[in-house]
Write a protein that binds this ligand. Sequence first.
Ligand code: COA
Ligand code: ZN
Length: 303
Amino acid sequence: MPDQVTINEVGPRDGLQSQNRILPVSGRLQLIRALEAAGLSRIEAGSFVSPKAVPAMAETDVLLHSLEQTERNGRASYSFLIPNTRGYELAREAGAESVTMVVYASETMARRNARMGMADAELAACQIIDLARADGIEVIVIVAVSFRCPFEGAVDPAVVHKIAARFVDAGIHRLVLADTIGAADPAQVSALLGALAREHGPGVLGCHFHDTRAMALANVYAALDAGVRWFDSSIGGLGGCPFAPGASGNVATEDVVVMLRQMGMETGIDTGALLAASDLATELTGTAPGGRVREWLRGQVGS
Ligand code: COA
Ligand code: ZN
């Protein structure tokens, strides 16, 4: 049996949230359907955030209803990013089955992104976990700036360990360590994820890498080596947080999938259909760079 790896496709959220071109719900839906057709089983489909703060994520409730009411191309489960309890309420009202709550490894990043401190974001996350348990909603917790903060610089791993212990003990579905600005290197990833995996087991962990310094794929490998089997990635390498200066695109789903497949690991993703989704992402946004492997992949699929 090959090793199974879960790819959590974040293009429809992280990828679209900071684009100049704001897609209508129909375009966001079309992209999600193309990703499902490629076999992606987990998709972060949008966020319940203030439409004034992130106009590209407005009408995520309408998107969720459209996802339920139109024909599916596969059997993906969708999660929705939330920054606070209001986001949780909106997600629940819209019928979300999974939410991804953001907490922070730096005080300034918390205030810039959510307009509350680290402690308040963690408190909100704990309250959301309790509510979600009663509501039967899955909770993923993502730790923003787990490696480096654009405002405060290096992050002390002890801060991340403390957050990890608090939330793993709270019984969440997954704890995702995010390199929000793409500043981590493989040695750092190896040290942090190795230690977290020894403490909590790798099964509850996930990683979210951006490719600002061209180390995202190397970081995926370092995390794999530590036992991590859940990776956030974005179709076409789209991505970036509007509130974290210097953040560029996420690691491209294409690149991660091709690397894993070549190493004999199983993702359940069809690379031909993935290429079609990547081309659609470029067509819709006008900017998706397509990862490093897209042109090589085009030759393989065409031959
Ligand atoms: N979804 C939608 N609207 C929300 C909301 C949410 N999760 N949380 C708050 N709001 C609305 C309020 O209803 C209020 O609306 P109004 O101005 O029409 O009355 C407005 O936002 C401000 O409310 P307030 O409670 O003062 O919010 P805040 O200032 O404490 O927080 C955030 C603002 C965090 C909600 C907002 O900055 C935000 O959504 N940021 C997006 C973060 C993000 O997506 N980052 C990128 C991904 S990590
Ligand atoms: Zn991100």
